[in-house]
Write a protein that binds this ligand. Structure first.
Ligand SMILES: *Cc1c(COP(=O)(O)O)cnc(C)c1O
Length: 375
């Protein structure tokens, strides 16, 4: 059996190697390392795929969120409502910009921001909501947009884990996550569902004026060459990464299908087990399984992790410490929050290997190793 990884990027590369190698060599031969034509053509292809009018490539997913918050004109002291149960990047950029992250709890089924908690957290200082489509499961965007519209708030979707996910409105309209809010950010970190071979990210919006602002902020606040209108930053997707992403974008739907097939197999094996809760799939969206995360009940998680490791099965805890309990946020009153669902999940989640190249024998070995321990 091939050794099991959380994500098998080697095998994935082998399948597209000829095309990728030629594209990378082409960039090197052209020496257009920054701002080469592939950056534009990839952005256009992604805009069309995602149904977003504007795609602004940038250096990584963290920058994407930061640039979105800067371009929206959020100012120190402005409150931004966010889940605490997320990767640190979501909330770190708020702190960096001296915004005030207002942590709210998540829904115990979807693990995404609790819509009722949002309403309760709104104050006159609230400027934005940042839903995170965690593990590839969309947040309840229709309800979130309704609240945002009623209170005149921006919505910044953290779409780093859910690119390619479909969202179904109650009236049947289907859109992609990342095209619903005021603006969205995504990441092309290698292990993400659409990953490059280094760092990369993108910001998306349907708003023309905001798109212009986003481009300016991402490029030193420059409106025309050497004229800098606002304080910005330097955040670019390089041409080699864009060339690779252009190839991988064509495979995204099949990559997602492969992930869902793994999730289906896990579900079939674990469904109904008294100690395991399989991931919930909300009817309003298509879960794209960036992670396959089980909830454990009455299982010694650390011992399970150790047992799996001994069996050659990697596993991960996403995330062992929620944002509001990080030292980083002590000065932001993190300790004052009471987020029982977040704490409950933090103690119970475990993510199993899931990727586009899972082999049947690996899958059966992972399933058997989990069941071995919990049965
Ligand atoms: C990966 C990730 C990011 C940050 O992306 P980078 O490209 O690593 O900067 C932000 N938010 C979430 C939820 C992520 O998973």
């Amino acid at each position: 059996m091939r050794s099991i990884q959380m994500v098998d990027l080697v095998l994935q590369y082998e399948k597209i190697r000829t095309e990728v190698d030629a594209a990378v060599l082409g960039v090197m031969e052209s020496a257009a390392f920054i701002g080469g034509p592939q950056v534009q053509s990839f952005a256009a292809a992604l805009a069309s795929y995602n149904g977003s009018k504007h795609v602004i490539p940038c250096a990584n997913g963290t920058d994407a969120l930061q640039i979105a918050m800067m371009a929206l004109g959020l100012e120190p002291g402005d409150e931004v409502i966010t889940p605490s149960f997320t990767y640190i990047a979501t909330t770190e950029v708020m702190a960096l910009l001296r915004l005030k992250p207002v942590f709210v709890d998540v829904d115990p089924k979807t693990f995404c921001i609790d819509v009722d908690a949002i309403e309760k957290a709104i104050t006159p200082k609230t400027k934005a909501i940042v839903p995170v489509h965690l593990y590839g499961q969309a947040a309840n965007m229709e309800a979130i947009m309704k609240i945002a519209t009623a209170h005149n708030l921006h919505v910044i979707e953290d779409n780093a884990q859910a690119i390619g996910s479909d969202y179904y409105y109650a009236d049947g309209k289907t859109v992609k996550t990342g095209s619903i809010g005021t603006v969205s950010g995504t990441s092309f970190f290698p292990s993400k569902n659409l990953g490059c071979y280094g760092d990369g990210g993108a910001i998306m919006t349907n708003d023309d004026a905001l798109a212009a602002q986003l481009r300016m902020v991402a490029n030193h606040g420059q409106s025309k060459r050497y004229y800098h209108d606002v304080v910005g930053c330097n955040s670019r997707l390089d041409t080699i990464q864009a060339a690779i992403l252009e190839i991988k974008l064509k495979h995204l739907d099949e990559y997602i299908a492969a992930r869902i097939a793994v999730a289906d197999a896990y579900d079939a094996a674990f469904a109904g087990h008294p100690k395991l809760t399989t991931p919930f799939r909300a009817a309003y969206g298509k879960h794209v399984f960036h992670q396959y995360t089980l909830l454990l009940e009455g299982v010694d998680r650390a011992a399970l992790v150790e047992h799996l490791a001994k069996e050659g099965v990697p596993s991960m805890i996403y995330y062992p410490v929620p944002a509001h309990r990080q030292k980083m946020f002590a000065a932001f009153g993190g300790a004052d929050y009471d987020l029982p669902v977040t704490d409950w999940l933090t103690g119970r989640v475990i993510s199993l290997p899931i990727h586009t190249e899972m082999q049947e024998d690996q899958l059966q070995h992972i399933i058997a190793s989990v069941l071995d321990f919990v049965n």
